[in-house]
Write a protein that binds this ligand. Structure first.
Ligand code: ADP
Length: 206
């Protein structure tokens, strides 16, 4: 079982990843919860570089390749071995984030990103991708509420996040079998219930 969560920043991915981890653990699954970029020593070093504001003038291509390098290490070192040993993997962001952010957001060629995604993961795709959809306005509202300092990616303008959100919606239409869109404007409990329903159905959990 390999499930990824996608969405713009502050859409509630991390919250729902943890809730799903709890549910699956209660159902007896041995769960591995990961967040991208990161999850291995090398990937965490790459993460620091990617989120560092001082690296503000990083080119879109460099950004894409760094995310992909971090992912390649994560797949090799953690995700594949976990799947092989029968564990359930939940990943907060995966390849679709590259397509949405560096492709739809920054304007890199989608076809090229998909090719790089395939190389970085050696063709591994999630069985299920849950896209938590919120408006950009809601995302910024939550960012303010949390009183958090914005990291390099979060400092992008509203237009950028709008492009990313629309990109995700296009991906959801294009990969209907794998993608499920969940309304992220709902409250945490309702989203949790919806996610549970989707997962139970997809993996026929009793
Ligand atoms: P992400 O991982 O997508 O950035 P988080 O799960 O960290 O999002 O949530 C971002 C913020 O929004 C947190 O402060 C969280 O408590 C809050 N939050 C998460 N889900 C909801 C929701 N459905 N409604 C309102 N606030 C939410």
């Amino acid at each position: 079982m390999f499930i990824s969560f996608e969405g713009i920043d502050f859409s509630g991915k991390s919250t729902q990843c943890h809730l799903l981890e709890k549910f699956l653990t209660e159902k007896g699954y041995d769960v591995v919860l990961l967040r991208e970029p990161g999850g291995t020593r090398i990937s965490e070093i790459i993460r620091k570089l990617l989120l560092d504001k001082r690296a503000g003038d990083m080119s879109a291509l460099t950004e894409l390749l760094l995310y992909s390098a971090s992912r390649a290490q994560l797949v090799d070192e953690v995700i594949r071995p976990a799947i092989v040993s029968g564990r359930a993997v939940i990943c907060d962001r995966f390849t679709d984030s590259s397509t949405a952010y560096q492709g739809f957001g920054r304007g890199l060629e989608i076809k090229e990103i998909e090719m790089i995604n395939k190389v970085a993961t050696n063709g591994l795709e999630p069985d299920l991708t849950i896209f938590i959809d919120v408006t950009v306005e809601e995302s910024l509202k939550r960012l303010k509420l949390a009183g958090k300092l914005k990291d390099r990616i979060e400092s992008e303008g509203t237009r950028f996040f709008e492009l990313v959100r629309q990109g995700y919606l296009q991906l959801a239409t294009r990969h209907k079998d794998r993608f499920k869109v969940v309304d992220g404007m709902d409250d945490i409990d309702n989203i949790k219930r919806r996610v549970k329903e989707i997962v139970v159905k997809r993996f026929t959990i009793k």
